[in-house]
Design a binder for this molecule. Sequence first.
Ligand code: ASP
Ligand code: MG
Length: 402
Amino acid sequence: MLIVKKFGGTSVGNKERIFNVARRCIKDYQEGHDVVVVLSAMGKYTDDLITLAEDINEKPPKREMDMLFTIGEQMSVALMGMAMNKLGVPAVSLNAFQVAMHTTSAHGNARIKRIDTDRIRRELDNRKIVIVTGFQGINKYDDYTTLGRGGSDTTAVALAAALHADACEIFTDVDGVYTADPRKVPTARKLKEITYDEMLDLATLGAGVLHNRSVELAKKYGVPLVVRSSLNENEGTVVKEEVTVERMLISGVALDTDAVRIAVIGIKDKPGMAFKLFNALAVKNINVDVILQSIGRNGMKDISFTIDGKDLEDAIAVLEANRARLGYQEIHSERNIAKLSIVGAGMMSNPGVAAKMFESLFSAGVNINMISTSEIRITVLINENEGVRAMNAVHDAFDLAD
Ligand code: ASP
Ligand code: MG
């Protein structure tokens, strides 16, 4: 078998943990498997790099940021290579250039285009454990790129797809995917299985366990994914196309407190305005989520939408630059909001799921600002300071507790 194993920052946070990971990989290797290991930067090292950068320049160029970021993962893989060597097992560490891992040019948010597998194959054929830097890539200008925060998961899945791996295991500091973040909802329960689609929504909506692009890729290429703890031998959660056990009404509740809301007031009520507005944002790579448009009056309408908090400054700048074309009266932004979502393939065939969610929020006295739905999810916008309470209320209402 060819196994891709990915370990996050806490799993390689110190010497003991590095040796723990090395031993887990060596166990598979000694059973005769080919092992490719993908690592994140140690502990909170990536955050420390950001602090260091912003101390020099509050708005560092994205290219230089990527240049800086890549040292974190490079440090992890080199130390892991040394640990395996110390344990007497042949291993080789490779960075994005050495692999090579080709991505789009977008610094800080690049997408993987193609992975050369020759070098990795050669090393595996020589019976080495191959340790690859997560999160980083190279673009057509031979510059380093990164895949966005948490992107090492995506590196792992992309490698698993490119190498036609038999398994892709994502090791983290929790036991798997839960019905809600256990730090916010103490009664949350670990799921045995979840579908790609549900996982994709949960990851996108703030569940935090997996980088959403990794789930997208896993679905596209049918990569069998397992999310499990690096600190124990528990089974973890399998992410796959169809689940066979415990089909429930909903699978999880997610809370995203990074979202901000922008309201564009008094935009002209005529064809093409929504296009112009969202196109201007799209050109700047700003992702828009929940959108609400008011009914027109006096030839005017309002459009509100949510974006990620980190994009707020850029979004306001784009809107101001396009003020003449869009012809709006004013823009408002609101940071004190949160997106609360429920996700579940079960809601497709069961009416009344939305009503049940709204009832639980009503009972908890939580006001809903905006609503958006898809086949398998319902998202409401609420005040951020009510977020955790609302999340618990909804989690209880759907009997998701242990
Ligand atoms: N080290 C990067 C981050 O902290 C990538 C990752 O951990 O997946 O975002
Ligand atoms: Mg992560």
